[in-house]
Unconditional design. Structure first.
Length: 188
């Protein structure tokens, strides 16, 4: 059934639109970029809802969806930094968190047990606030809105990025320890 692949196609569209959105931002076409970004961010909820509602979840979707999110957020943040709307240190925080999560997932999947990607509630909240903040900075560049709102969003997003990174490390460390204990032979 072809519809079964719809969530993956939606995620792929987000992956494919990340660079055109960044290009629009760097060309200072912030209004068009913001609209496309909002549409692509909304597809994140749509593909997940479809996958859950119709039991169309797949291993590919479990990888493609977060990869599309990370590329969309990272390329948008990099473009906003490039046109000097977003501070460079924020880009470093985003990169460090994403590298930590991807490296941790790789290590867990390779050396401990097959990984079933499961975003946490904290991670979903972080993604939503992060997307809101990026739109806020695009609108600030377009409409010259109050900088305080964007600075508050920046502080909140940074806090959530760090907290969710720490949460992922703790979560998979606990799973690794539990897996290791389950593999130990019984003691006499």
């Amino acid at each position: 059934m072809m519809l079964r692949h719809l969530p993956n196609l939606i995620s792929a569209s987000r992956l494919l639109m990340a660079l055109p959105i960044a290009w629009l931002i760097m060309r200072h076409q912030l209004g068009v970029a913001a609209v496309l970004f909002i549409v692509m961010a909304a597809t994140d909820a749509i593909d997940g809802a479809l996958a859950r509602a119709f039991d169309w979840q797949s291993y590919l979707g479990g990888i493609l969806d977060p990869m599309a999110d990370k590329l969309l957020m990272l390329s948008t943040a990099a473009a906003l930094w490039q046109i000097e709307l977003l501070p460079g240190w924020f880009l470093i925080v985003v990169l460090a968190r994403d590298l930590l999560i991807v490296a941790g997932a790789y290590v867990y999947d390779t050396w401990i047990a097959p990984l079933q990607p499961e975003p946490s509630i904290l991670s979903k909240l972080t993604t939503a606030i992060h997307a809101t903040m990026l739109v806020g900075f695009m609108l600030q560049g377009l409409l010259e809105i109050n900088d305080r709102v964007c600075q508050l969003l920046l502080a909140g997003t940074t806090t959530l990025l760090v907290a969710s990174g720490v949460h992922y490390v703790a979560r998979y460390t606990r799973r690794a320890i539990a897996h290791s204990r389950a593999q130990e032979p019984p003691h006499d």
